[in-house]
Design a protein around this ligand. Structure first.
Ligand code: API
Length: 274
């Protein structure tokens, strides 16, 4: 099976063309391919498939390194666009992809940066999903006797955003792991730790569902900007500084889509027998 190794700000992917080759992976095979010692190594594995909808060009499927299939991956969407363009699978200015959470629209600019319309964020607990009786601006859960405040939002995948004074000092590994699988999130969640630098700049670290802390999280960057704007802390155009680099996130408010712009890099091509 042919694959391409790519990354978006160090959030790395195995990308597989499942249009021109027959691909049928089970969770164990995904875990093997994602393993950084016994396999190829990646945070997520992405499949490029034939579309479901009449107006779409492809179906975009995403698997975390723990083998679980999920519905959204922002950095992966940029790599998806770069992949289909470089492989000459699609030469359209705008590429429409079906995902399990709706459609994304991808475009590659003259500067080589990739723009993604990440869709409209969802706040209803049932759509996140979140075990809460009603929609609140801030939720609280108790972890090890401490009350933790967070903003909850779905970008097609569940996110909890914590506002912290200093991301470098934030307990990303310990608290991120506990919150990721907290019972308040029936499908687990991605946990973002956001430091507001000013109204147009944040620092962010993300403990990802099914992958632990990554160098960058595209949907997490979108969720953090939405949370910051909802809390009145940010303007509509925000530079998000992640450990692996920076993304530009734009959001005009409820009912509007979140727009993400950033790089996508091909590292190497490979072939593996499963
Ligand atoms: N861990 C995420 C999927 C990958 C998201 C991230 N890599 C991104 O760039 O959005 C989840 O389980 O929802």
């Amino acid at each position: 099976m042919r694959f391409t190794k790519m990354h978006g700000l160090g959030n790395d992917f195995i990308v597989i063309d499942a249009v021109s080759q027959q691909v049928d992976l089970n969770a164990g095979q995904v875990r093997f391919l994602a393993d950084r010692h016994f396999g190829v190594g990646c945070d997520q594995l992405l499949l490029v498939e034939k579309p479901i909808s009449a107006n779409a060009d492809f179906k975009y499927r995403i698997f975390n390194s723990d083998g679980g299939e999920v519905s959204q991956c922002g950095n992966g969407a940029r790599c998806f666009a770069r992949f289909v363009r470089d492989k000459q699978l699609c030469d359209k200015e705008e590429i429409v992809v079906d995902t399990d959470a709706g459609q994304l629209v991808l475009g590659i600019g003259q500067d080589g940066m990739v723009r993604v319309n990440m869709g409209v964020p969802r706040h209803d607990p049932a759509q996140i999903p979140l075990n809460a009786p009603s929609q609140l601006p801030i939720y609280h859960v108790v972890v090890d006797g401490e009350s933790i405040a967070f903003v909850a939002v779905s970008m097609g995948n569940p996110h909890a955003v914590l506002i912290v004074d200093d991301v470098e000092q934030a307990p990303v590994a310990s608290l991120g792991r506990r919150l990721e699988s907290h019972e308040v999130f029936p499908q687990r969640a991605n946990i973002g730790f956001m430091q507001v630098v000013d109204r147009s700049r944040i620092k962010l670290r993300v403990y990802e569902r099914g992958a632990a802390e990554t160098l960058a999280c595209g949907s997490g960057a979108c969720a953090a900007v939405v949370a910051g704007i909802e809390q009145g802390l940010l303007d509509s155009k925000v530079n998000v500084c992640l450990p692996g680099g920076a993304l530009q996130i734009d959001w005009s408010g409820r009912g509007f889509p979140v727009l993400m712009t950033g790089p996508a890099v091909t590292v190497f091509e490979g072939w593996i027998r499963l």
